[in-house]
Design a binder for this molecule. Sequence first.
Ligand code: FEO
Length: 178
Amino acid sequence: MISKKMFDSMNEQIKMELESSYLYLSMVAYFHSRNLDGMAHWMRCQVHEETIHAMKFFDHVISRGGEVVLLDLKQLKLTWKSPLEAWKGAYAHEQFITAKIHNLIRIAREENDYTAEPMLAWFANEQIEEESNTDKAARQIEMVGDSKQGLFMLDREMGTRIFVAGSPFDPAAYNLLK
Ligand code: FEO
């Protein structure tokens, strides 16, 4: 049985993963508004991936005998001054989520929750990629500077992201994430 503290913290994490999804959906809209359809495509994949993250916590709580309580979602941000600001924002958000995952690991250790630890280790590892992807995109945009051609090429490259996981509500989708 999952402890009350662990259960509350995981419900909070479900909310934060769904807020990540909502934030990135705002970025999808923003990138489309700037005709950056490749970046919008990349973020659509990310919206999907964040929903899978939320559902991974959701199903963990249920399988441990807890009850999921869905909390109010915050609208984190609606628009950005530039693509660079958006990607820097995505990177900062991922750093924030990493800190939250590390905090969950700390709580699991305090609560002697040996069942949650391997699942949280998966998330800690996943955050390496989450931070790296968004940081790399921001750095590449900085590299091309004011070059419209450079931004166009980057946008095209980001439009090639392939996301194979099926429905985020199908537990089989978790296993398809790297
Ligand atoms: Fe679910 Fe982007 O971390």
